[in-house]
Write a protein of this length. Structure first.
Length: 191
């Protein structure tokens, strides 16, 4: 059996060289960029100073909402609108989210998460409407030293009542005293 003659290429022409050049050009046009480095999210509010517009009684102080006891202690405000709970993070932070764990039957259907650098001038970072109680995880974008929940619409005849008000974010790399690393995911999401 005879073989068919292979086609002749002009002298000096090599197929591999143009393909190699094409491959190098394609590779050089790809931009491979790593995502920017981000600091680990930290629970900033636990154990920090907290105040509120009101409290239902001696056992329901604002500090109970930032003590880390998720189902044993809580803040409860008077039975009227508006009411607020504020936490001082101790230093300015870039905020990523809040987790609000409401008492059943005493939650905010409508509220705002606000931030401030001085505790007086507030910026609304998120407005929540149609809250349904349980645990609300609210994504944030903004910064501040003070963070508050401003309740504008109660779920019923009771006041606002939070088992825990957690604020997460990052600082300049040094968490304030009382801060700790990110906790496990909450048991549910709200708005």
């Amino acid at each position: 059996m005879s073989r068919a003659p292979s086609p002749r290429r002009p002298a000096g022409c090599r197929v591999g060289v143009p393909l190699l050049a094409l491959g190098l050009w394609a590779a050089s046009s790809l931009v491979l960029a790593a995502p920017p480095a981000q600091a680990a999210e930290t629970l900033l509010s636990q154990g920090r100073a907290a105040t509120a517009s009101s409290q239902e009684g001696d056992g329901y102080a604002a500090s109970k909402a930032v003590d880390g006891n998720l189902t044993g202690t809580r803040w409860a405000g008077q039975w009227s609108d508006p009411q607020w709970l504020r936490v001082d993070l101790g230093q300015r932070a870039d905020l990523s989210r809040t987790v609000l764990t409401w008492e059943d039957g005493a939650y905010g259907k409508g509220y705002q998460i606000q931030a401030s650098d001085n505790g007086t001038d507030w910026r609304t970072l998120k407005t929540v409407t149609g809250g349904d109680g349980g645990t609300d995880e609210v994504a944030l974008s903004g910064s501040g030293r003070y963070v508050r929940m401003l309740g504008t619409d109660r779920s019923g005849g009771y006041g606002y009542s939070l088992w825990e008000f957690q604020v997460y974010g990052t600082t300049d790399g040094t968490p304030p005293a009382g801060g700790r690393s990110r906790s496990p995911a909450p048991r549910g999401t709200g708005s």
